[in-house]
Design a protein around this ligand. Structure first.
Ligand code: GN1
Ligand code: MG
Length: 360
């Protein structure tokens, strides 16, 4: 493994480093746990600079968000602050919370002790997660700073549709020749207009952008040992977006009976118990700011995110796997099949979802 001592020596950390080991399952950044001879240690991340082009803006967003949340928690008398909001370690010689070593960009945060991340949740955890994401958005509703889009138009379905069409037309890796690839593209095109509803509503002036997390996968949440939510992590994509992002992306991962890259798509199914529990929690904490248009379109959001993710995985497959980390050549195709199966399963349950939401 790489020698991290030069990088770590630039940060104002406490104690002596006793080891560095890989951590987590992120598809974009490289993450490591840094063990020290005193205290809980740290999390070191190499920020994927090919994807996050403006690291200064990225860290600006994260610093504003964590400062604001910390202030909110202090004002509401919360204890255990270091486990409820991330804190980043500055460099020894400046206030800056990121390092460019000439080649890569690095940042260091405090490791949260006794916290667990999970890959699957039960309805009870989903309810807490729903409350936590609603609270996260509510806490950020009055943030005084201006946050930029760390990946411009990140969850803009019209952009994702364009990227798919450009990739399919250029066919740079020669992967558009198969019958299956053509069929997937056709199926995606059939749903494209519906999927772009959010952009249309935004243009019509009835759908606002709010500060959202934009990567609310189950494993981006820290739970305490007793199951309660400590905090939300992976803040790179916190930016103005539609509330659909956080609501939809959580269900995409939590309500799928299997992982997003499980090749056995016969097992993919949208779990309505998880949907009901998460939606109840989310609406309880977000109802203060949700508009009727936002609320009414939550079933659409549940369908949009598997669909958008399928489009993104498939685009990357066509492009020859340049964006997501992959473990084998067909990985992005397997992920695409899985997410399309989930999308179909959600689509079949839209009415049932709407009825549940109106009854809350
Ligand atoms: C990426 O970094 P990670 O693995 O939490 C991606 C998300 C996708 C997700 C799919 C910046 O998230 O948008 O939903 O993979 N993040 C970025 O698993 O593209
Ligand atoms: Mg992550």
């Amino acid at each position: 493994m790489k020698d991290f001592s030069n990088i770590l020596s630039r940060f104002a950390l406490c104690g002596n480093v006793t080891g560095v080991v890989p951590l987590g399952k992120g598809l974009i950044n490289d993450t490591y746990k840094v063990n020290t001879d005193e205290g809980p240690g740290y999390v070191l991340q190499k920020i994927n600079h090919a994807i996050f082009k403006d690291v200064a803006l990225l860290q600006h967003n994260i610093e504003c968000v964590t400062r604001h949340i910390r202030g909110f928690l202090v004002a509401s008398g919360e204890g255990d602050l270091d486990r409820k909001v991330l804190s980043f370690v500055p460099l020894k010689d400046s206030e800056q919370t990121w390092l460019h070593d000439g080649e890569s960009y690095w940042r260091l945060s405090q490791f949260i002790l006794d916290a667990v991340t999970v890959e699957t949740v039960n309805p009870e955890y989903s309810y807490f997660a729903g409350k936590a994401f609603g609270e996260f958005e509510a806490m950020l509703a009055d943030i005084p700073d201006t946050l930029g889009e760390t990946i411009p138009d990140f969850h803009n379905m019209e952009l994702r549709a364009r990227q798919l069409r450009e990739a399919a037309a250029a066919n740079p890796a020669g992967r558009m020749g198969s019958e299956e690839a053509i069929a997937i593209l056709q199926e995606m095109e059939c749903h494209m207009e519906y999927a772009c509803t959010a952009e249309r509503l935004h243009r019509e002036g009835v759908l606002p952008k709010r500060i959202c997390h934009c990567d609310t996968k189950v494993n981006n949440m820290m739970f305490d040992k007793d199951g309660s939510v400590l905090c939300v992590i992976d803040l790179d994509t916190v930016m103005p977006s539609y509330v659909f992002s956080d609501y939809g992306d959580f269900l995409r991962t939590a309500a799928n009976a299997v992982a997003e890259d499980d090749p056995d798509i016969g097992k993919v199914e949208f779990d309505m118990d998880i949907f009901r529990a998460f939606t109840k929690g989310y609406i309880e904490s977000a109802s203060a700011f949700l508009t009727p248009v936002e609320k009414e379109h939550l079933p659409y959001a549940a369908a949009l995110f598997p669909f958008m993710q399928a489009v993104r995985f498939f685009t990357d497959y066509i492009n020859g796997d340049t964006y997501y980390k992959t473990a084998y050549p067909e990985h992005n195709l397997v992920r695409t099949r899985n997410q399309m199966a989930l999308f179909r399963s959600v689509m079949a349950r839209r009415e049932e979802m709407s009825d549940f939401i109106s009854g809350l």
